[in-house]
Design a protein around this ligand. Sequence first.
Ligand SMILES: [Zn+2]
Length: 170
Amino acid sequence: MEPDAQGTRIKLAGHEPPRFVADVMLGRLTRWLRALGYDTLYDITWDDDRLAQIARAEKRILLTRDVQLTRRRGIAYILIQDDKVLNQLRQVILTLNLNDARAFTRCIECNTELEEVSSEDAALLVPPYVLSTQTRFRRCPNCGRVYWRGTHWTRMREVLAELETEDGRE
Ligand SMILES: [Zn+2]
């Protein structure tokens, strides 16, 4: 299958929701996709062969800035066009019709699915002012990081709203 005009070849992947593996240039985009709840692998030690192998074996969509990588056989990919992370995010969201239904279900640091934490347990893990303003907490069972819908959540909603508004103008 030849790449289309947008530099994508995604029909091969076929996972719903889509899963990703990102190249070394796309660490910030990786964190955004994880914040949205999308399974995204990223490791700065992985070379091109490894990235291609993972994309192929696990039927993940390869996110890359490197046109050479997209020429590998049997890989679904999106060739990321822009250096700015919000433009990169916008490209992926528009290409695959992503949404925020799964936001904050996955650890931004290590990609592990989060577990619910009761307020009682959260009391041991977060500062008092957070406990007094938030009711839902989640924790990464792998790295222990605790998440709640605080400033990062608000910021993410603002950014997503901006992206949607931009779409409307086109
Ligand atoms: Zn984690």
